[in-house]
Design a protein around this ligand. Structure first.
Ligand SMILES: [Zn+2]
Ligand SMILES: [Zn+2]
Length: 424
């Protein structure tokens, strides 16, 4: 029997993981520079959290969740997104008594049963920022702008920021009605899910992916034209703040996002050169969510970005540099006694903070040297009978080929010196 990885999953092998760690580090740096602290929530939650917090009339809840009954007969779902769990955690751990706004970020795997294609997986990774407890347009503008710093530092250029406002409970009902009036004449030509959403959530018709619906649906009325004065001025202020940061954006009236809890600002980042899955992230304001999952009424705004797509975009634009972490020193040992010494010395090095490795396969000198070269070793220490006799190693600097006899007790010092010199 051949056992292979489940469809839509991806192995990140050691050769690629350096790149991933690099991306993750840039995310952490950008988030922490902006005052966000990391939060880690479980991979699985009660299904009800996502039904309430993502919304039952959404693609995610209707057809994409990994849901199962556990041995205790509970309905459990692998998290399809990060916001609902973050809000659940903060509410449960006493959001009301925390200093606000709570600014948190997360980084980790999410799970959706979708048709896999380039940049789209069933287990994928996201980073996200959430600002909970801030009604201010500054919070919206900040969560839009911080990921742009990440994209920039990754070398991802020409990111298009699309923004829109979808109003609030005061002004959205009028828009829903207008939308229903616009779409009523074409109802017969729409896909079954649009028909079923027509009453429950007509905004969702705007982002239906079916070709037939895209052709049949007339241009939607502009929601921006019927925003209430509060929503209008909120939107204008977000735009002013983005202008002040020289963020280029486009207003996209079709941008409603698939999630029920969004209010006011919605946004998405698109980037060229990575195929049809060109959205690398997005988010919006979700003033209704905290209450939906049992907390006090609390305004909030957040963003989530796909790491696979960031990596794809980065590779497309920079060619994908290597981010291997080379080791400091590799011990090449000849003979039984030398092998034992190499083993001990490798551990001595590690306890001094030096990365060190040694041969485990009793190979000949040539094969050991080749392995050290592939591992990107900065130094090689050769130990044979002659070196053992004088408690030394032949230390070779790989970049220059220079070598000299160094006492075993002084190797660590020599490596640390060389590293300090390189840092200067
Ligand atoms: Zn409004
Ligand atoms: Zn449709």
């Amino acid at each position: 029997m051949d056992i292979t990885a489940p469809r839509g999953t991806n192995d990140i092998l050691p050769d690629e993981v350096g790149l991933w760690q690099h991306v993750e580090e840039l995310v952490r740096n950008a988030a922490e520079r902006a005052g966000y602290r990391e939060i880690r929530t479980p991979i699985f939650e009660h299904t009800e959290l996502f039904e309430r917090g993502v919304g039952e009339a959404t693609d995610i809840v209707e057809k994409e969740m990994y849901t199962f009954t556990d041995r205790g007969d509970r309905s459990i779902t692998l998290r399809p997104e990060g916001t609902a769990p973050v809000v659940r955690a903060l509410v449960e751990r006493g959001l009301a008594s925390m200093s606000q706004p709570a600014k948190v970020y997360y980084l980790g795997p999410m799970f959706r049963y979708e048709r896999p294609q380039a940049g789209r997986y069933r287990q994928f990774h996201q980073f996200g920022l959430e600002v909970i407890g801030a009604p201010s347009p500054a919070a919206d503008a900040e969560v839009i702008a911080v990921p742009l710093e990440v994209f920039r530092s990754l070398g991802i250029q020409d990111v298009i920021v699309n923004i829109n406002s979808i109003g609030c409970p005061a002004c959205r009902p009028a828009y829903r009605k207008l939308l229903q009036e616009t779409y009523r004449p074409v109802l017969g030509k729409l896909c079954p899910s649009c028909v079923s959403r027509y009453d429950r959530n007509p905004l969702r018709l705007l982002d239906c992916k079916s070709e037939a619906c895209r052709r049949a649906l007339p241009e939607p009325p502009m929601i921006l034209d019927i925003l209430c004065p509060e929503c209008r001025s909120h939107f204008d202020e977000v735009r002013r703040l983005l202008d002040g940061l020289n963020v280029e954006y486009a207003i996209n009236p079709r941008l409603v996002r698939g999630l029920d809890y969004y209010t006011r600002t919605t946004f998405e980042y698109n980037v060229g050169g990575i195929g049809s899955q060109d959205a690398i992230g997005g988010g919006g304001r979700y003033d209704g969510l905290v209450e939906e999952v049992g907390g006090p009424p609390t305004p909030a705004v957040g963003v989530a970005c796909g790491l696979e797509r960031c990596v794809l975009a980065m590779r497309a634009m920079t060619g994908g540099e290597e981010y291997d972490a080379p080791i400091d020193i590799y011990f090449v040992a000849l003979g039984e006694a030398a092998r034992e010494k190499a083993f001990e010395l490798a551990f001595d090095m590690r306890s001094c903070g030096i990365s060190a490795d040694f041969d485990m396969l009793d190979r000949g000198m040539k094969a050991q040297m080749r392995y050290a070269g592939k591992a990107g070793s900065r130094f090689v220490a050769i130990i044979g009978d002659n070196e053992l006799a004088v408690e030394s190693v032949m230390l070779k600097r790989m970049a220059t080929g220079d070598q000299e006899l160094v006492r075993q007790s002084e190797v660590a010092e020599r490596i640390l010196e060389a590293r300090g010199g390189a840092a200067k």
